[in-house]
Design a protein around this ligand. Structure first.
Ligand SMILES: C[S@@+](CC[C@H](N)C(=O)[O-])C[C@H]1O[C@@H](n2cnc3c(N)ncnc32)[C@H](O)[C@@H]1O
Length: 242
C-alpha cells in the first residue's frame, strides 16, 4: 500500500480531523500525547535545558500544545500541509499558544544543526515517505543528548492487538468517520496505513541506522499504540559515547 500522504487530507476530512481522533480513541489520544510530553519535560528538567522542541507532522497542533503546557521552551511545529498549518495557526490564536511556531516543511527542516533538544511526532511518522532520510534529518537538528519521541499506531505485533485493530479498522473508524463527515473511506484508509507500517522494533532499527541510540519502547492500551524513544549520542573527546 502506498503511504498516506498529506495530499489526501482535505476538505471535510480536515475540518473534522480533531473530532474524529478524540472520538475514535475515546479521548485516549490526549492522554497518550500528555504522557509523551511529560516524558520529554522530565528529561529537560533533569538536564536543565530550555532548547526549542521540534514537533514533526504537527498537524493542527495537538502534540505541540501538550508540550507547550509542560515546558517553557519554544515549540516549532513542522508539517507539509498548508491546510493543517492554517488550522494550527487558528488554534494557536484561540488558545494563546504563544511559544508555538508552525512552519511549512516538506523534507529539509529550516533549522540549524544541533538546534533542538527534543523532536516529537504524534501519529505522523507512519506517513513519512522518506523515513530514513527524515530520521537522518532529525538526528542533524538534535543537540547531543537530545531525544526523539515517536508516538504512533505501529504494525500490530500480537494476535490480541491485531484483533482489536481489525475491529477498529473495519467497524469503529469508518463508523465514527461516517458519523462526523458522511465519509467512511478516508478513515478506513487511515487504519490500513498501520498495517503497511513497521513494528515499534523495526522503527527503532531505522533510528539506530540514523545514528541514534535506543532508549525505550513504551506500549499504550494493550500495545495498540507505542512510544518509541531514542537519543543522539554524546561523543566524548576520547571517542566514547554516553
Ligand atoms: C494524523 S496527523 C497528526 C497530527 C498531530 N501530530 C497530532 O498529534 O494530531 C498526520 C500529519 O502528518 C502530516 N504528514 C503527512 N505526510 C507527511 C510526510 N511525508 N512528512 C511529514 N508529515 C507528513 C500530515 O500533513 C498530518 O498533519
Amino acid at each position: 500500500m502506498k503511504p498516506y500522504t498529506h495530499f489526501e487530507f482535505s476538505g471535510r476530512f480536515l475540518k473534522n480531523y480533531d473530532r474524529f481522533n478524540h472520538l475514535a480513541s475515546m479521548g485516549l489520544d490526549r492522554r497518550w500525547r500528555r504522557v509523551t510530553a511529560g516524558r520529554a519535560a522530565a528529561y529537560y528538567q533533569q538536564r536543565g535545558w530550555n532548547a526549542p522542541v521540534l514537533d514533526l507532522a504537527c498537524g493542527t497542533g495537538d502534540m505541540a500544545a501538550a508540550i507547550h503546557q509542560v515546558l517553557q521552551a519554544v515549540v516549532i511545529g513542522s508539517d507539509p500541509s498548508a491546510e493543517m498549518l492554517d488550522l494550527a495557526a487558528d488554534k494557536k490564536k484561540r488558545c494563546g499558544w504563544s511559544r508555538f511556531h508552525p512552519v511549512r516543511a516538506v523534507s529539509r527542516l529550516p533549522l540549524a544543526d544541533a538546534s533542538v533538544g527534543a523532536v516529537t511526532c504524534a501519529f505522523g511518522v507512519r506517513n513519512f515517505v522518506r523515513l530514513q532520510q527524515d530520521m537522518d534529518e532529525c538526528r542533524r537538528v538534535l543537540q547531543p543528548g537530545g531525544r526523539i519521541y515517536l508516538l504512533d499506531f505501529y504494525k500490530p505485533q500480537n494476535r490480541f492487538s491485531h484483533g482489536v485493530l481489525q475491529i477498529y479498522k473495519k467497524i469503529i473508524a469508518p463508523a465514527v468517520g461516517a458519523l462526523i463527515t458522511g465519509q467512511a473511506k478516508p478513515y478506513r484508509y487511515l487504519m490500513e496505513s498501520m498495517y503497511a507500517f513497521r513494528t515499534p522494533q523495526a522503527m527503532m532499527e531505522v533510528l539506530t541506522v540514523s545514528g541514534l541510540q535506543a532508549v525505550d519502547i513504551h506500549p499504550f492500551f494493550f500495545g495498540l499504540v507505542h512510544l518509541v524513544v531514542a537519543e543522539k549520542k554524546i561523543y566524548s573527546p576520547q571517542g566514547e559515547t554516553t
